[in-house]
Write a protein that binds this ligand. Structure first.
Ligand code: PMP
Length: 397
């Protein structure tokens, strides 16, 4: 039985060109880019070409790209690095604003700062998962050093109004007569489907993840606009413009840059293909299964993410039954599946804790075909009543 993989928001398969370029680079044995010998210079050339390619996709300058181990590190670097730097500039009680539905790597970084006296405010979202741009104006104070709102949510797919938020942040800077606040966006889920032009978006910092854009895992990047002050998280050598020490993973950088460029070059075509499949899947499931509802908003969502709650069904049971039927989906975001308790995202969009128990994320990708959609809808409509029946029987006992 052919497996159907609908967990692309957690990890994408590596693209053929990304893999072959990466393998070819590894075989050529680039040395350490810090070396001044030929092997080192060759490695440096690969690395800088990759940096240039990533920068090109973002309409950024190469020196504005810091390679990291992934989006988690980039998010930590942005949030903690900006606050530490603000303190060195004399802002002793910095204030940070994050949306309520950020990835844990932003929320937990903010929580860590809270323990050292940083004030953190959370921007609420509406039932579609959208932040209200006007709320930002109410929350910003002269001490606000960072606003962090994700480009697109990893659980429900909602695309946030980044351009409008950036305008609010610039307005606040003008009013405060300050370089602060900076605006950071976590674009880990956006690379395959959305415009990544940082000039148009108006962001100061932006997080990328290779493993979500058909590149190798273990690498990502943080765009840091020139003039933005950010302390490094780690200490060591002067790599990545003194912002991230450690020997650079040259082959991973090559694979990442190839994958990101390729994803961006087909993003419009792929977005409209997947949006049709996503909408068909939603229609079929809602028609076949009672007590099912979409979390977030398809209208404002990424074309590849569909999150549905099923009344009276435990998400883990449904994930496991679908897995046995050859279908991979996730019950919450993968990063949270090992932690118990309701998803903060589903709760923030207003579902009750009970309702969210059965929320399932279907995330489509390059391998998703139209024939997969009917099979998934059929299996969901076969399994959900079985699980409800089992639940009703165990309630009776
Ligand atoms: N931010 C978002 C929006 C994500 O979806 C993820 C991955 N689940 C991350 C950050 C963390 O990414 P990584 O695994 O590259 O650290």
């Amino acid at each position: 039985m052919k497996r159907i993989y609908l967990d692309n928001a957690a990890a994408t398969p590596i693209g053929a060109k990304s893999l072959s370029t990466m393998v070819a680079t590894t075989k050529k044995f680039p040395g350490n880019p810090s070396g001044i010998h030929k092997e080192g210079r060759d490695a440096r050339a690969f690395l800088e070409r990759s940096r240039g390619q990533v920068a090109g996709v973002l309409f950024a300058r190469p020196d504005e790209i810091v390679f990291t181990s992934g989006a988690t590190e980039a998010n930590n670097m942005a949030v903690i690095g900006v606050v530490h730097s603000a303190r060195t500039r004399g802002i002793m009680n910095p204030h940070v604003i994050v949306s309520a539905i950020e990835h844990p790597s932003v929320l937990e970084a903010a929580l860590y700062l809270k323990s050292s006296g940083v004030r953190v405010d959370y921007l609420p979202v509406d039932s579609r998962g959208l932040v209200n741009t006007k709320e930002i104006r109410k929350l910003i104070t002269p001490e606000t050093v960072l606003v962090s709102v994700m480009y697109a949510n990893n659980e429900i797919g909602t695309i946030e109004p980044i351009i409008d938020i950036a305008k609010e942040v610039r307005h606040a800077r003008k009013v405060n007569g300050s370089v602060y606040p900076y605006f950071h966006t976590d674009a880990a889920q956006a690379g395959n489907y959305l415009d990544m032009n940082v000039l148009k978006l108006g962001v100061d910092l932006m997080t990328l993840s290779s493993g979500k854009t058909y590149g190798p895992r273990g690498i990502g990047a943080l765009f840091v606009k020139r003039m933005v002050e950010m302390c490094p998280l780690m200490h060591g050598g002067g790599h990545e413009g003194n912002r991230r020490p450690g020997t650079e993973p040259v082959a991973l950088a090559v694979g990442f840059s190839v994958a990101l460029k390729e994803s961006q070059s087909i993003r419009e075509k792929e977005s409209s293909r997947l949006q049709k499949l996503r909408d068909t899947l939603a229609t079929k499931i809602l028609k076949k299964v009672s007590g099912a509802s979409v979390n977030g908003s398809l209208e404002h969502g990424l074309p590849n993410i569909l999150n549905i709650s099923f009344d009276g069904v435990e998400s883990e049971a449904l994930v496991l039954y679908l897995d046995a039927a050859g279908i991979a989906v996730s019950g919450k975001s993968a990063c949270r599946s090992s932690t118990s308790g309701p998803s903060h995202v589903i709760l923030a969009v207003g579902e009750s804790a009970d309702m969210q128990v059965g929320s399932i994320r279907f995330s489509l990708g390059s391998d998703t075909k139209s024939e997969d959609i009917a099979r998934v809808a059929n299996e969901v409509s076969r399994i959900v009543p079985l699980l409800r029946e089992a639940q009703a029987q165990s309630d009776q006992v």
